[in-house]
Design a protein around this ligand. Structure first.
Ligand code: UD1
Length: 419
């Protein structure tokens, strides 16, 4: 009997994480004599625009979702409720052994709740509740005004197996009373995907498209991403931050792939004068206009290429703090806190909040300074998804049927001690 794993994607940061897991399942099946894992991919449709979703399926060679719930946008409650309604029907039809949710978006918590409240029916007619697996568990900003923090806490409390990316997450979960045997420190699946696609991303033409080449060399530029409600939903906060970005763009062009939420706020708050729209107003020589270059949200490979050659990244994204840590690109995080402290201790990340003075100071410190070369965080080595699949298979099979090599092959780094 194959093990049936159902995994969930919903919003942009989920796609690169599930891509690594999907690839590890494919490899696992290819290396065993019979296909032992049946993988069902469900897309909730939380993100639905071509450039927030479809492009990622192409870039990351993700199989088309087996099921699409098409929930779209809405308030948090409406969006979460719609996902729950749709996902319950999926579970009752599919009866998976395991449900994998990743990260901290509304799709994550909605599907976690449904999984632990639904009785599925097994082959023999026996009722069971699927195992819930959370990948990227235990991260905490300790700021419960962040919707993602609420999603993380609830999902972790419900999960049967919790896969972590950094030591702080292990400590957080233990402090919250999660038994050690449920916690598995495996590394970072998003970094698996980054390492897998890093070379391919170099074929991207994005620098040429944005006229960022001069005499065959990339020009210096910085990259900006901004979408958190705390930064973009209030006109005063947003316009103050834009003043700081404008200031730094006098020294170095700022490329801004704008999230749809941010674009909507810019339009509603009538803040368009800060920007030059590269595709609408351009092409213009970079130096002739001191403004922030607005571009649409980019696909994975284009963004990875642009990010890897940037002098600095200014961001409020969680994922970019981790990606810059591996790429060695200095990262100025436009938040007061981070749930990913390893990016501060082992990476390039600094926190500045929405304080304009700090943004400008930090930017000038970085652009005038040397880059530090640091060792990557533990297990951010491209093998996290393999460790997850090995662990899931080991949990399914009685211990004495597993060979020693299966345990040690990919260096299982669980907090649980394996012989
Ligand atoms: C969500 C996640 C956030 C993640 C981010 C990455 C939650 C609570 N938040 O935030 O953790 O960092 O995705 O992008 O799940 N919109 C579109 N087209 C789309 C998607 C969204 O136009 O394809 C617009 C809609 O107006 C929507 C708004 O963006 O109302 C916000 O989308 P939503 O998915 O609710 O949250 P994000 O801000 O994207």
């Amino acid at each position: 009997m194959p093990l049936k794993i159902l995994s969930v994607v919903g919003a942009r940061p989920n796609f690169m994480k599930i891509a690594a897991i999907s690839e590890a399942i494919r490899e696992y099946n290819a290396s065993s004599r019979t296909a032992v894992i049946e993988h069902v991919l469900v897309h909730t449709g939380q993100h639905y625009d071509a450039n927030m979703s479809d492009m990622f399926f192409n870039d990351l060679e993700l199989p088309s979702p087996n099921l699409f719930l098409g929930v779209g946008s809405g308030s948090h409650s409406v969006q979460t409720a719609r996902i729950m309604e749709g996902f319950e029907k999926v579970l009752l039809a599919e009866n998976p052994d395991i449900v994998i949710v990743v990260g901290d978006v509304n799709s994550t918590v909605a599907c976690a709740l449904v999984t632990k409240k639904t009785y599925c029916t097994g082959e023999t007619g026996r009722d069971f509740i699927p195992k819930l697996v959370h990948v990227e568990a235990g991260l905490r900003s300790f700021d419960r005004t962040m919707p993602e923090e609420v999603n993380r806490v609830v999902t972790d409390a419900l999960s049967d197996l919790l896969f972590t990316t950094e030591e702080s997450a292990n400590q957080n979960l233990k402090r919250e009373g999660v038994p050690a045997e449920k916690i598995h420190f495996v590394g970072n699946v998003m970094i698996d995907t980054l390492l897998r696609y890093r070379l391919k991303a170099q074929e991207s033409t994005i620098l040429k498209d944005l006229q960022l080449y001069e005499n065959g060399e990339p020009k210096p530029y910085a990259i900006l991403t901004l979408h958190r409600p705390a930064n973009v939903d209030n006109r005063e906060t947003l316009s103050k931050m834009l003043d700081a970005f404008l200031d730094v763009s006098r020294n170095i062009p700022l490329v801004f792939p704008a999230h749809p939420r941010t674009l909507k706020q810019i339009q509603e708050a009538d803040l368009g004068d800060y920007f030059v729209d590269h595709f609408m107003d351009g092409p213009e020589p970079w130096d002739s206009r001191v403004r922030i270059r607005l571009v649409p949200p980019l696909g994975y490979l284009d963004f990875l290429h642009l990010l890897s050659l940037a002098k600095v990244a200014l961001t409020d994204s969680g994922g970019i703090q981790e990606e810059t840590t591996i790429l060695g690109v200095p990262c100025i995080t436009l938040r007061e806190n981070t749930e990913r402290p390893v990016t501060l201790t082992h990476g390039t990340n600094v926190l500045v909040g929405s304080d304009c003075k700090k943004i400008i100071e930090e930017f000038s410190r970085i652009t005038n300074g040397e880059r530090a070369i640091l060792d990557p965080p533990q297990f951010w080595d491209g093998n996290a998804a393999k460790r997850i699949i090995k662990t899931l298979m080991r949990e399914q099979i009685p211990d004495n049927e597993i060979s020693v090599s299966a345990r040690t092959e990919v260096g299982l780094g669980n907090t649980v001690q394996h012989p």
